[in-house]
Design a protein around this ligand. Sequence first.
Ligand code: HEM
Length: 418
Amino acid sequence: MDRDLGTRDAGLSAESGDAPDDGIVTLSIAELDADPHGVFRRYRPLTPFIAHESGSYIVLRSGDVERFARDPRLRQSETEYPEIHGITGGLLFDLFDYSMLMSNGAVHRRRRSPFSRTFAARLMMEMRPRIRRTAEELVAEWYEEEDVDLVQRYAALIPARTISDLLGLPKDDIPEFTSLVYQVTRVVSFLFQPEDLPELEDAARRLFDYVEDTLNARRRKPKEDFLSAFVASADAAGELSPFEIITQIVTLIIGGTDTTRVAAAEQVALLLQDRAQWDEVCREPALIPGAVVEALRYEPSVASLARIPLEDIEVDGRVLPAGQFLILSTMSAMRDEQLYARPDVFDIHRTDHPRLPLVFGGGPHRCLGEALARVELEEGLAALSSRIPQLELAGDPPRVQGHSGIRRIGEMHVAWRR
Ligand code: HEM
């Protein structure tokens, strides 16, 4: 879940549609960011991949993206990305080095396995009513105001409070915890300047310390909760070091925050721009799960998976060279005519979603938090549409920006008549 990454190292021209000697079109970040769907739509029929000005290749077609997400000839990037961004040590580096997300093979399996025993569907079912209550409380907090930024006051707080609840954090700790999480998230998304690094390292230190203290508290005095079960299971298996255990929980926290914040805001924005579909959702809550999965397809909060081929891989007569940074564009794949009928239409009644939607990736790293994300997005939409069906956008709709990794969203002002 990186952001705008990659490095096939310089050298390649980034002129519009420029085709260097290898015949591969290279596009600049500005061109891609200006209209990513338009670029992908234009090149998908012509070529299996295009080059990115950073040097990465962007794989465009649904079949290739699905296949490569599971292909053992491609690997996660381990610590290459932080190194490229000037992070070579400290906890921010460790967050990549010790995390399941960036690791491969047996190391990855070892780091992920305690979750398969404890982060189960039953837990998500138990959390659903609590998440709904959280969402309702959030709406109640600002309902008497006239105009709010839904991103700050709603979308950002649903994942933060859900994760705080999941970890059983005391209520008073939540604001500080949320601020640390969003600071460290900037690093994973590579949204920082080099001069910010000391401050972000400090935030990472405080977040890791907080998670360590919480885990130790559960070791001393277990509760009937996820974290107690997780730490007991991980300790009993004895396959992870104490620091690895902390890092997997920090990965879970970071992986489940910005991704869900952007999606929670964007699904409301899409529906409010298509009033008939918003009204349908308000009248018929059974349509909410379909609306959630369609919003994730149409304007995803995570646009791609980053991978590196271990060997040369041929695709339709072209070669993805070993060692090349790849952006597997799930964003492009989810608008591919080969996968969806009328892919550029936002339709909450769509019935052609695959059983495992690509927005959550594929293969061994497929999103661990998919079920939780869906519950948060569904209950977030349900609380809002049932309490304020007359909700409207106040001002321009937000634009989700970015063409790879976790995407960005600005403010989203909404208003309503009481
Ligand atoms: C709309 C919300 C979300 C989206 C679109 C999303 C998307 C993804 C994707 C695409 C991956 C795979 C990355 C890769 O293969 O390189 C991933 C992995 C992961 N996600 Fe999510 N995610 C979301 C929410 C969550 C939530 C709520 C949590 C947990 C609370 C979570 C935890 C994780 C973790 C721990 C991984 C790493 C799994 C591994 O490496 O084995 N995600 N997510």
